[in-house]
Design a protein around this ligand. Sequence first.
Ligand SMILES: Cc1cc2nc3c(=O)[nH]c(=O)nc-3n(C[C@H](O)[C@H](O)[C@H](O)COP(=O)(O)O)c2cc1C
Length: 186
Amino acid sequence: MATDSTAGSSLSAQESAADALPPATGEAFRDAIARLPSGVNIVATAGPAGKAGFTATAVASVSDDPPTVLVCLNRKSPQNRLVRENAQFSINLLPKDAVTLANIFAGRTGLHLDDRFRHGDWTTLATGAPVLRGAIMALDCRLLSSQDVGSHTVYFGTVVATMTKPRDPDGAKEVLIYHDRHYGEA
Ligand SMILES: Cc1cc2nc3c(=O)[nH]c(=O)nc-3n(C[C@H](O)[C@H](O)[C@H](O)COP(=O)(O)O)c2cc1C
């Protein structure tokens, strides 16, 4: 937790009080966090450890100087070792018509690891991580660091290359989102 030197003692008093509170139940948390609309991405890696990709909404911008992002990946996923060992990954924001691809990379069709890449049109930018040609935007990242937090590993990546699709000239909705356990568009 960050400390604020201007409010030192009152902040630490709040922290001790908060430390005494038990975490919310997993079910209450999942119900609440489901209400947060998120873009749907495929996070992909390739390298000596192999090729893999998974659908992810737990993706965020961390810093713009240097450009840094984070991705949260379940520690139980076999892909966790691949991201760590390849030390590179891409984030590909899906277009609204990519629900089938999102389900394939969420493991809902029984395809695993590099078999998932038989679907979609993939290329590479700088690192060699797979990049989806039709993505709304893609970030090609070198692994910076990671931290295990509860069920997930948070991977921080330095963005070394980007790809951005031109906007729809009519301003039509283009992005696949996930909200309240359903796909939508934004
Ligand atoms: C909309 C959606 C968002 C998801 N977001 C994440 C995520 O941010 N992190 C994660 O670890 N798994 C996430 N998952 C689940 C993974 O996509 C899924 O567990 C994974 O692809 C299974 O692959 P594996 O069998 O290789 O672990 C998400 C699934 C869906 C449908």
